[in-house]
Design a binder for this molecule. Structure first.
Ligand code: DAH
Length: 333
């Protein structure tokens, strides 16, 4: 069946009207593409209409052809406009969906602090390193030899009573003091020696406000030709004043198996003398134990408890607070 030219013109114009209405109503890019195919595609409605023209006179043909072109162009323009409109709506929606709300609360990450014990250790090591000392460490599980014997404390020595510790089935023990590092370090190195050794130590003590079965010490050792008690006093004085400020200190005669003479150092703190460390000139027997000639070398040593320093410095009333990991306590430092 062939179509009449006049009829065809009306159908083209109707197609345009219907198409423009459908395009304007399209609410998605997918639907719009379907409409484009349906109207202007190879097998689309416009093509179908034109094919139905059949035989047309040479006079009618250009006229209908021109109308068909304007229909095609105006449908294409409508498609383009609607596509642009839908794309901008889509971008707008995307922008809104991705908007950052800068007033939203962030993720709170609490700031960490240096534990008061580590704070003391850091400061002490800093001061001694500043005086030319090297930092060394030794094992917490020790042999009887390094913890006692080489430090002039044989098995029957009464000083052992004050340092009862935990013994392991193989006869080894948990070190009672960092003084064991003195021996290990001297065995490895040759004089002159300047070494500072922090670490954990153990005692078989009942835990209370001032005692803990595990605590920390810092050990000091200097070996050289011609070192005297004056060098010991000067070193300790500078160190204590760096930590506690310009306070009166005194050296009080005492006894340790590994030093001769030995002293305890007191610090005047809030009107009272507080004992803060032990020290002395290294006993010749200790030098002999590591093969140093005591006729050539002398030295001094000292040791102190880190918890004690922290408690005095920060007015902490119970040693157990230092191990409780209670943030209300730790955040104060
Ligand atoms: N080791 C001793 C203690 O644990 C402390 C000490 C005293 C260390 C005198 C020393 C020293 O190096 O010379 O109580």
């Amino acid at each position: 069946m062939t179509n009449q030219p006049s009829n065809l013109e009306a159908q083209l114009l109707a197609l345009r009207q219907e198409g423009e209405k459908a395009i304007a109503a399209a609410d998605s890019l997918e639907l719009l593409e379907e409409l484009r195919v349906s109207y202007l595609g190879k097998k689309g409605q416009l093509g179908a209409l034109l094919r139905s023209m059949g035989q047309m006179s040479a006079e009618e043909r250009p006229k209908i052809g021109a109308i068909a072109n304007t229909v095609k162009e105006s449908l294409q323009t409508s498609l383009d406009q609607q596509r642009a409109a839908l794309e901008s709506v889509k971008i707008q929606a995307q922008l809104e969906a991705e908007t950052l709300d800068v007033t939203m609360p962030g993720i709170f990450r609490p700031q960490g602090r240096i534990h008061p014990l580590n704070g003391i250790i850091d400061r002490a090591l800093d001061i001694f390193v500043g005086m030319g000392y090297t930092v060394a460490e030794g094992p917490e599980m020790e042999t009887d030899y390094y913890n006692f014997e080489a430090l002039n404390t044989p098995p029957d020595h009464p000083a052992r009573d004050m340092q009862d510790t935990f013994y392991l089935p193989d006869g080894n023990l948990l070190r009672t003091h960092t003084s064991s590092v003195q021996i290990r370090y001297m065995e490895k190195e040759e004089p002159p020696i300047r070494v500072v050794a922090p670490g954990r130590v153990y005692r078989r003590d009942n835990v209370d406000a001032t005692h803990s079965a595990v605590f920390h010490q810092i050990e000091l050792l200097a070996i050289d030709e011609g070192l005297t008690f004056t060098d010991l006093k000067g070193t300790i004085k500078v160190f204590l004043q760096e930590i506690f400020g310009e306070l009166p200190i005194r050296f009080r005669a005492s006894y340790f198996p590994f030093t001769e003479p030995s002293a305890e150092v007191d610090l005047q703190w809030n009107g009272r003398w507080l004992e803060v460390m032990g020290c002395g000139m290294v006993d010749p027997n200790v030098l002999k134990a590591v093969g140093y000639d005591p006729e050539i070398y002398t030295g001094f040593a000292a040791g102190f408890g880190v918890e004690r320093f922290a408690m005095v410095l920060h007015q902490i009333d119970d040693i157990r607070r230092l191990y409780a990991s209670d943030l209300r306590f730790l955040q104060q430092f």
